[in-house]
Design a protein around this ligand. Structure first.
Ligand code: AMP
Length: 286
């Protein structure tokens, strides 16, 4: 009887050690990310300087961010007006076709990752540091001259159009001449927009499959067009929604807080979206 219990005991001890090590690993990552955050404090980006429009390059449109990174490494000074803030590891640029009064893109500079589905567990340290950087950036832009004062959101598109991992940081007015079709609006709402905390949590659980991301896109395409500020439902009426957005003065409800898992020394795995997002029926583009 006793010898039958030994394998169970071994399993129990192994499980305990694994949990202890992974907790210690996450704690280490959190500390590293905090170093990034602390080193940034005090620096003030010219975040709300005028947006110079799209970066012009000759290659395929989907490679524009990779070309920006190559240009920055080569010292291309024509990129300077596009750059809001830069560190050795990350760069923030203006989105060339902004979908809000202020719309920024944050990119890792040193690691090339085509899209969410290419992320692996090995990218966790980078994602933690990226989270710390985005949290810092959002703190900097809030309240700056030019901030429309309706709150900010951030996230990654489940199925992006451009190569190289990038995080959108944008004001929640969602008002811009570049907001031209329903997908422009709905892609900046959950579930298609995914928070950095969710990305980190998913990486701790095994990552995104191509299919799971495709499902998020399908879900976006099935949702109805509802104002993210007051909730009025426009069905498939994008023109009506757009007109409404220019006059709606309700305070938008934030989809999720700025990235915070990197601060969580315990490495909690919960999905932040499910805590705070009103996931009601929104957009049906069919
Ligand atoms: P996505 O790949 O869907 O996450 O979003 C890519 C973002 O890049 C969009 O919000 C576009 O407006 C923006 N974008 C596309 N082309 C350019 C460009 N040439 N310069 C700057 N931003 C761009």
């Amino acid at each position: 009887m006793q010898h039958k219990l030994i394998p169970l005991l071994v399993l129990f001890i192994a499980g305990h050690l694994c949990r202890t090590f992974s907790a210690a690993f996450r704690q280490e990552l959190g500390k590293m990310a905090d170093t990034v955050y602390q080193s940034l404090k005090g620096e003030v980006p010219q975040a709300l300087a005028p947006n110079p429009g799209p970066v012009k390059r000759s290659g395929h449109f989907s490679t524009i961010l990779e070309q920006v990174l190559d240009g920055l490494d080569a010292g291309d000074t024509s990129l300077q007006p596009h750059v809001v803030h830069i560190t050795e590891e990350f760069v923030t640029i203006h989105d060339g076709y902004p979908k809000a009064a202020v719309h920024l893109l944050v990119l890792p500079r040193r690691v090339r990752i085509a899209a969410l589905e290419k992320l692996t567990h090995e990218h966790l340290p980078l994602l933690m540091r990226l989270s710390a950087y985005v949290a810092w950036l959002m703190e900097q832009v809030e309240g700056k001259p030019g901030d429309p004062g309706v709150g900010w959101t951030h996230g990654l598109h489940s199925v992006p159009s451009l190569r190289q991992l990038h995080v959108h940081v944008l004001s929640m007015d969602f008002e811009s001449p570049c907001m031209k079709k329903a997908k422009h609006f709905s892609s900046f709402l959950p579930p298609f927009l995914v928070s950095l905390d969710t990305v980190v949590a998913r990486m701790q659980e095994g990552g995104f499959s191509h299919r799971s991301l495709q499902e998020l896109e399908d879900a976006m395409n099935k949702r109805r067009l509802c104002c993210h500020r007051c909730g009025v439902d426009f069905g498939r009426g994008f023109a009506e929604l757009k007109r409404h957005l220019s006059s709606c003065s309700a305070t938008p409800k934030t989809f999720w807080p700025m990235p915070r898992l990197w601060r969580d020394q315990r490495g909690c795995k919960r999905s932040i979206e499910s805590e705070s997002c009103d996931d009601g029926a929104v957009i049906d583009l069919t």
